[in-house]
Design a protein around this ligand. Structure first.
Ligand SMILES: C[S@@+](CC[C@H](N)C(=O)[O-])C[C@H]1O[C@@H](n2cnc3c(N)ncnc32)[C@H](O)[C@@H]1O
Length: 273
């Protein structure tokens, strides 16, 4: 089960510092969305607001950026940043957009968030409701069909498949993989919400970290504490230490390569039903 109560101030601060992997993906998503000035834009799962603020700066005085996130510590950081007057950040979840009128938003985006949303049908219904006809949704999310090919899974599984972890851990229990989608499932979700698919593609993404410790800090902060929740508490610290060493063993030229496969998708609310 996804736990939203594990986040801390330190995890939120680490995320703000270490989230270039998501930020770079987010910037590529924005290129696909090509958001026009004066648009009304909703950033669902805005985290600490890095991407939302970039969008707000491009919207002009008549545009509007609303960022929502369920984690108060992340919203606190987003609100503490210097922001243009057209930006607002508040606590909220993708499944409940009741604070927005029907057909009031031009673009909704979810950068590295969809795999966290437990009730995807409900969230997409809400998104379809608030989008104007012709409005678009864009998202990035880890490709579930390729989850095992991602560096974090290869390395973490290598440790968790050893004794004593393999006696008590099911490596399929990463909460974000459980709630993730394949590209096909994502298309089915869009179609179910009557959203017209414009593009869906899977891209290999790569980032370099300075150490195993930095990668594990990144994983813990981007999963707001859920990364090793499927490991019993009495074994978690040992597993964490071994995982850091395994990542460090990949070091070449002072860096550890971290790759993953990300789905980039854009869909549109049709002009007529
Ligand atoms: C990996 S972070 C991505 C943050 C930001 N979008 C970015 O690109 O850096 C995932 C975010 O999804 C948020 N989240 C989790 N469940 C959510 C939900 N049901 N609705 C909206 N956001 C959610 C988390 O609080 C977290 O901030």
């Amino acid at each position: 089960m996804i736990q939203l109560d594990l986040d801390t101030r330190l995890l939120a601060e680490n995320y703000d510092e270490l989230s270039d992997y998501q930020f770079d993906n987010g910037r590529r998503l924005l290129e696909l969305l090509d958001i026009r000035p004066n648009s009304r834009v909703l950033d669902i799962g805005c985290g600490t607001g890095r991407l939302g603020l970039l969008v707000a700066e491009s919207l002009g005085d008549d545009g509007r950026l609303i960022g929502i996130d369920p984690l108060p510590e992340r919203i606190r950081i987003a609100c503490s940043k210097k922001a243009p007057a057209n930006a607002r950040f508040q606590v909220g979840v993708g499944e409940d957009l009741g604070f927005l009128d029907c057909e009031s938003i031009d673009v909704v985006f979810l950068s590295a968030v969809f795999h966290w949303i437990a009730n995807k049908e409900k969230a997409l219904r809400e998104i379809a409701r608030v989008l104007k006809p012709g409005g678009r949704i864009g998202l990035t999310t880890g490709a579930r069909e390729l989850a095992r090919e991602a560096t974090y899974r290869k390395i973490t599984d290598r440790v968790l498949l050893r004794l004593p972890y393999n006696k008590v851990v099911n490596i399929e229990d990463y909460v974000f993989t459980r709630h993730g989608v394949t590209a096909t499932q994502l298309v089915q979700h869009f179609l179910g919400a009557k959203l017209a698919v414009q593009s869906v593609d899977i891209r290999k993404r790569c980032k370099y970290f300075r150490s195993g410790m930095e990668i594990v800090d990144f994983l813990e902060s981007s999963t707001f504490g859920n990364y090793l929740q499927h490991v019993p508490g009495n074994l978690r610290e040992d597993a964490r230490r071994e995982i850091i060493l395994e990542f460090d063993s990949l070091k070449a030229g002072g860096q550890v390569e971290f790759t993953g496969f990300t789905i980039f998708a854009v869909a549109e609310k049709p002009l007529v039903d």
